[in-house]
Design a protein around this ligand. Structure first.
Ligand SMILES: [Zn+2]
Length: 321
C-alpha cells in the first residue's frame, strides 16, 4: 500500500499537470510506409485514452491564441495536425476524427494536390475535409528550405499560397516547415508572410506565455514506431528558458563536438542532453544554468536533433544540412 502511494505521488505531477500538446500524423492504415503510418485501430485507442482521461481536444488555433495572448496553455489541452495531405487521411483517418468530433488541422503540400498525385487528396476532397477541420499551409513543393535560396523559398511559398487562394478561397494563417527543418535564415525569409504561427516537428509540449515561441511551436509525431510513445509524450512539459548556444548550424565535417545550452533557471543541478545517433539521453551536471556536453560524435544523417530534459520537462531543436 505504501509502495503504491509512493508510486502515485511520483506519477502525479507527471500525469496531471503537463501543458498542452500538438500531435502530428501523416498516413492512416497505409502499411506501405510504416514510418509515417498509424493504424486507425491505434488512433482510436489514443482518442479513447484522451476521452477517458478528460483531455480537451481543441483546435490548433486555440493553442496559438493562448500563446499570442501571453497566457498559459491549459494543461490537458491537445490538438491534432495531419501533414502533407495524403489520400489515406480522407479515406481512413477522417472518419475517426468525425466519430470523436475532434477538430484537426491538415497542412498540405500544395503541389501534390495541384498535380493530382495519386496518393494525395484532391481539391474537391479538401473542400469536403474543410467542413470538419481546417486546411493550412505546408509549402508548395515540400522542399528542403535549408538547401534552397531565399528566392527559391519565396517562389515556392507564393506559388502554393496563390493556389490555396484560387481553389479554397483561403489565405492560410498557419505554416509547417517541410521536414520540420528551419534555421535563422529560413525564419527571416518567412517573416513577411505574417503567419499567426509556425510549427516544427520536435517532440515537446506547449506551456504558453513567454515560454513558448509562436514561430517555433513543438509538435510530436505519433507515427511509425513512435506511436507507442503517445502517453509518454502527453506527460512531457515544456522546459522554459532554454537557449541553445552551440552548435547553431550543421557542422561541415559532420562532427558534433561540444554542445552548450543555457538554462534560465539557475537552481537546476541535473539535466539530460539528447543528440541524434548517440545512444539517446546523456546525464549531465548543470553549473549556474550552464550545460556543457562533449559529444565528439560523427553524424550520419542530414538532420540532427539536439535536446535537453529536466525531469519531464523537455526542449529539442533541429540542425539540418
Ligand atoms: Zn511534410
Amino acid at each position: 500500500m505504501l509502495k503504491l502511494l509512493l508510486l502515485l505521488l511520483l506519477l502525479l505531477p507527471y500525469s496531471l499537470l503537463a501543458d498542452g500538446h500538438i500531435f502530428v500524423y501523416h498516413r492512416f492504415d497505409d502499411n506501405r510506409y510504416p514510418t509515417t503510418n498509424i493504424s486507425t485501430k491505434k488512433l482510436r485507442q489514443e482518442f479513447n485514452y484522451l476521452k477517458k482521461h478528460n483531455y480537451k481536444v481543441v483546435r490548433i488555433i486555440d493553442i496559438v491564441n493562448k500563446i499570442r495572448a501571453n497566457e498559459k496553455v491549459p494543461d490537458k489541452w491537445v490538438a491534432f495536425s495531419i501533414d502533407d495531405g495524403f489520400k489515406s487521411f480522407y479515406t481512413h483517418g477522417l472518419s475517426v476524427f468525425r466519430e470523436f468530433h475532434y477538430p484537426f488541422t491538415l497542412f498540405i503540400a500544395v503541389k501534390y494536390t495541384e498535380k493530382n498525385y495519386k496518393d494525395y487528396v484532391s481539391w474537391k476532397q479538401l473542400k469536403k475535409i474543410a467542413q470538419y477541420g481546417s486546411i493550412e499551409f505546408h509549402s508548395y513543393g515540400h522542399g528542403h528550405f535549408g538547401e534552397m535560396s531565399n528566392k527559391q523559398i519565396k517562389e515556392d511559398m507564393d506559388r502554393g499560397l496563390a493556389l490555396m487562394k484560387k481553389h479554397l478561397n483561403y489565405e492560410p494563417n498557419l505554416f509547417v516547415y517541410p521536414y520540420g527543418e528551419y534555421d535563422s535564415r529560413v525564419k527571416k525569409v518567412l517573416e513577411p508572410y505574417n503567419f499567426k504561427a509556425v510549427f516544427n516537428q520536435n517532440i515537446g509540449a506547449i506551456h504558453g506565455g513567454t515560454c513558448s515561441n509562436v514561430y517555433d511551436i513543438d509538435r510530436s509525431a505519433v507515427v511509425g514506431s513512435n506511436a507507442k510513445d503517445f502517453k509518454l509524450y502527453l506527460a512531457f512539459k515544456e522546459l522554459c528558458g532554454v537557449t541553445f548556444r552551440r552548435p547553431l548550424s550543421y557542422p561541415k565535417d559532420k562532427i558534433i563536438r561540444t554542445i552548450e545550452i543555457d538554462l534560465a533557471d539557475k537552481s537546476i543541478k541535473k539535466a539530460s542532453v539528447f543528440l541524434s545517433n548517440s545512444g539517446g539521453w546523456h546525464n549531465v551536471n548543470v553549473h549556474n544554468g550552464k550545460i556543457i556536453y562533449h559529444a565528439n560524435k560523427k553524424m550520419k544523417r542530414n538532420r540532427i536533433k539536439i535536446g535537453v530534459k529536466v525531469r519531464n520537462k523537455i526542449k529539442l531543436m533541429v540542425l539540418s544540412k
